[in-house]
Design a protein around this ligand. Sequence first.
Ligand code: MTE
Ligand code: MO
Length: 158
Amino acid sequence: MPEHDSLQVDGEVEVPTRLTFEILCGVDQSFQIPDISQLVPSRKGTAIRLNGVLSLVKPTERATYLGLHSSSDDFHASIPLQAVRDSAIIIYRQDDAPLSRDGGGPFRFYIPNHAECHTSEIDECANVKFIDRIELTAEKGHDNRPDDDASHAALHAK
Ligand SMILES: Nc1nc2c(c(=O)[nH]1)N[C@H]1C(S)=C(S)[C@@H](COP(=O)(O)O)O[C@H]1N2
Ligand SMILES: [Mo]
């Protein structure tokens, strides 16, 4: 069971790693986005580039899909790695504290140039909140994003 305040990164990687707020704060500045409102005007916080995390865990050549798991509310997405490798970020900090649950924290996956909900594999629904595990896989993995308007509306009504 992943711990709630940490982010396990495993699967098709050479170095499975359990990330914490402190570890992410210490990742090289070149991978940090101190103020994400410069990238996404409506969002606040500090993020790390997915690339920064991948540099720590070293994906294998077989890694093709990125699995984003939120066990706390059982929400999961599996998206093609190559399409988001250079653009996706993980928001993990607001001021000097971990990102709040209200903000999707402690770890929130985010694709700045996402498509509208259920128009593409790389859609807004893939911006998974409360992620506690990132799993790299060779094939598409578990994905329970809403795939039509009705299931989407039902999710948002929760
Ligand atoms: N853990 C989790 N992440 C989630 C969801 C969810 O229900 N649970 N909903 C998704 C959907 S369908 C959308 S459209 C976006 C909405 O993000 P927002 O609440 O920041 O606008 O979050 C996505 N991330
Ligand atoms: Mo969505």
